[in-house]
Design a protein around this ligand. Structure first.
Ligand SMILES: Nc1ncnc2c1ncn2[C@@H]1O[C@H](COP(=O)(O)OP(=O)(O)OP(=O)(O)O)[C@@H](O)[C@H]1O
Ligand SMILES: [Mg+2]
Length: 330
């Protein structure tokens, strides 16, 4: 059986009661050994996809193979090959990290002594040795996520699913987790399928990404190729006076396509002329009596890729570019 594909999905679909098409015909091909980023806003269908690929939720359509095994035909073989850290995993807060890892090892068929040794190995790997005998209820968010990661690794899975492993973490804890994921991938060759709402996370960690929105894949490729497709840089302007928004937009219209701004009181435009257009932009704003507090010309980001495909921003500082998005439930 060819094992070069870690995940292969065709037309994967999940319709919930009431006709909600959470995942609406998703095709995926993840090679063994890669870190694959699955990027999308709240409610895009990321967790639903992961739960189906991890055999926790039955697809209502399509087919998929994980680690070479058919999802529906041989779910137990899929389960043996994968590790999963769910977005909302509930673990007993009164148990210690060491106890939970030991229990997980025994559940995976380790005898008690090997289970204990495996727990120690994993505590070292995710840097939780000092906190090993504390109740998990006292762990910080970052420590919890690292423990979730260790729990998913007990049986040395070929393919690891991480559902938003860094959401809600502070920047330092996020970087620590990124390092763990990179090490797993390079040292053990583990394939990592990682969902995220963070562009930078996908950009930094993933060799390839798929962007999902409304249950459908809207873009797929290496971050570099996706950004190159967008091509032209984006000029972002912060207005000294937010009320000058319309006058500013009119002045900019001649220079390139208007883009949804990241904040109210800001403007964004695709600038095919790049830096050479800047003097003209400044003159046009000046003639229109619009004062710019800040000008920022940047090469395309994955956010610009998302805008190009959906007309919305994935990361909006105050939701200005993304009227439909509701805040994530706590
Ligand atoms: N059990 C369910 N019953 C009905 N609808 C559901 C169920 N689970 C998810 N949904 C809906 O399916 C859609 C996709 O949800 P999903 O949890 O997969 O999104 P997500 O991309 O993981 O979002 P987030 O970033 O907020 O975690 C949403 O509209 C959600 O409300
Ligand atoms: Mg989710």
């Amino acid at each position: 059986m060819p094992r070069d594909r870690a995940v292969e999905a065709e037309g994967l679909e999940r319709v919930f009661k009431g006709g909600i098409r959470a995942v609406d015909g998703v095709d995926l091909a993840v090679d063994a050994g890669e870190v694959f980023g699955f990027l999308g806003p709240n409610g895009a269908g990321k967790s639903t996809t992961v739960r189906m690929l991890a055999t926790l939720l039955r697809p209502t359509g399509g087919r998929a193979r994980v680690a070479g095994h058919d999802l529906v035909g041989d779910p137990s073989a899929v389960r043996r090959s994968i590790g999963v850290a769910l977005q909302d995993a509930a673990i007993d807060p009164y148990m210690t990290g060491r106890e939970l890892l030991h229990l997980q090892a025994v559940l995976h068929g380790f005898d008690r002594a090997h289970g204990r040794a495996r727990a120690v190995e994993l505590l070292e790997r995710v840097d939780l040795v000092a906190a090993a005998d504390r109740r998990v209820g006292t762990y910080s968010g970052g420590m919890r996520r690292r423990l979730d990661l260790a729990l998913a690794l007990v049986h040395e899975p070929e393919v690891l699913f991480l559902d938003e492993p860094t959401t809600g973490l502070d920047p330092i804890s996020r970087l620590t987790l990124w390092d763990e994921v990179r090490r797993l991938n390079t040292e053990l060759g583990t394939t990592v399928f990682l969902t995220t709402q963070y562009l930078e996370e996908a950009d930094q960690l993933a060799g390839r990404v798929a962007i999902i929105d409304g249950g459908r894949i809207v873009a797929e490729g290496t971050p570099a190729a996706l950004k190159a497709e967008v091509g032209d840089p984006t000029l972002r302007i912060t207005l000294a006076d937010p009320a000058a928004h319309e006058a500013g937009a009119r002045a900019l219209a001649a220079f390139g396509e208007a883009l949804p701004p990241e904040r109210s009181g800001a403007l964004a435009v695709r600038l095919p002329g790049g830096a050479q257009s800047l003097p003209g932009v400044v003159r046009a704003l000046d003639e229109a009596g619009v004062v710019a507090a800040e000008l920022d010309l940047a090469m395309p980001s994955l956010d610009d890729v998302f805008v190009a495909r959906t007309g919305r921003r994935l990361e909006a500082a105050d939701g200005a570019g993304e009227p439909a998005a509701a805040p994530a439930p706590a």
